[in-house]
Design a protein around this ligand. Structure first.
Ligand SMILES: [Zn+2]
Length: 181
């Protein structure tokens, strides 16, 4: 596949991702947006289409999610109240595999590109190259579709108004550039 075809393919895929799902456009932090876009592009380039199903989540949205399975019907899907999730500070994303029919899948064993490696593992490897921390690496509560960049700050730090430094953000931009080469 030539570079031009690849570029068109990626553009098509990004547009498809944005329309196929309720993807939140407009991350506040451009570096996080670049890191999310890089993940989509890297995965797509080796035959694994994905969608970002969630980026920023407001405190109110987080509180509603926390209520699910507790004071509201449904299954418990998070242990984080509003302000206690990295999603609330725009430094976390969730993904899903995008299937050829436009639906999404969370099947971590699926091998859609038939290369003998689970698509999910390929995406996690791409994410590591970019510098995303994977929720599947956590020991207590494994969050398989989740990636975050905490920049050494706790959610308590974020709640107190601390934010990554420009130097830290630049390092991510650098890492993305290096992993493209
Ligand atoms: Zn998440």
């Amino acid at each position: 596949m030539g570079r031009w075809q690849l570029a068109v393919g990626i553009l098509y895929h990004v547009l498809q991702s944005m329309t196929a799902n309720s993807v939140r456009a407009g991350w506040g932090e451009p570096v996080i947006q670049s890191a999310a876009t890089a993940l989509i592009e890297f995965a797509y380039a080796h035959g694994v289409p994905i969608v970002i199903t969630q980026g920023l989540r407001t405190i109110a949205e987080q509180d509603r999610l926390y209520a699910q399975g507790r004071t509201k019907p449904g299954q418990i899907v998070t242990n984080a109240k509003g302000g206690y999730s990295y999603h609330n500070f725009d430094v976390a994303i969730d993904f899903a595999l995008l299937l050829p029919d436009g639906s999404v899948s969370w099947d971590i064993r699926r091998d859609g590109d038939g290369d003998g490696i689970a698509d999910w593992s390929e995406v996690v490897a791409d994410a590591n190259r970019i510098g995303w921390e994977w929720g599947g690496d956590w020991t207590s509560f494994k969050d398989l579709p989740h990636f975050q960049m905490d920049f050494g700050l706790s959610t308590s730090d974020y709640r107190a108004g601390k934010r990554p430094t420009q130097v830290q953000l630049n390092a991510v931009t650098e890492k993305i550039a290096q992993s493209i080469q």
